[in-house]
Structure formats: C-alpha cells, structure tokens
Ligand binder design. Sequence first.
Ligand code: SF4
Ligand code: SF4
Length: 71
Amino acid sequence: MAIESIEGCNGCKMCFYVCPMDVIRINDDSGLAEIRYPEDCQACNLCAVFCPVEAIVVTKDRFSPLMTAWG
Ligand code: SF4
Ligand code: SF4
C-alpha cells in the first residue's frame, strides 16, 4: 500500500497537481479528490504534505526514491 485514503477533501486540487504519478484525479461530479490509480503510488508523500486540510493518509511501506535521494 501507499496512499491509503482521502477524507475531508475540500476540492482545492493541490494533490492532483503535485502527484508525480497521476494517482489522484478530481471527481467530475463531486469536485473532490479521489484515488484513481493506487497501484502507481510511490509513497512520496507530496500529496499529503501539500493538502491544506490534511485529508490524505499515506503509508510508508514502499520504497520512495524521491524521499531517499537526499537521505
Ligand atoms: S504519495 Fe506521492 S505518488 Fe502517492 S498519491 Fe501522493 S503524491 Fe502521488
Ligand atoms: S489537496 Fe487535500 S483538500 Fe485539496 S483536493 Fe487534494 S485531498 Fe482535497
């Protein structure tokens, strides 16, 4: 697993813009973020960091090249 859930989204679209893997899409009907391609998530945590309402939960059990490059 990687991205776990989105709850309490306000539709700001920030996660959609920052996700490098196109995992998150904005639902046409609700205008809210949804996890569309969870298998592509790299657990980089960008979506969770940029979400202004802390709606996104990302688990850390997958190798993350973006985070370890500086570590
Ligand atoms: S953790 Fe990274 S790859 Fe996964 S959904 Fe969030 S921004 Fe996209
Ligand atoms: S960044 Fe947070 S509030 Fe904004 S669309 Fe994504 S989940 Fe919703």
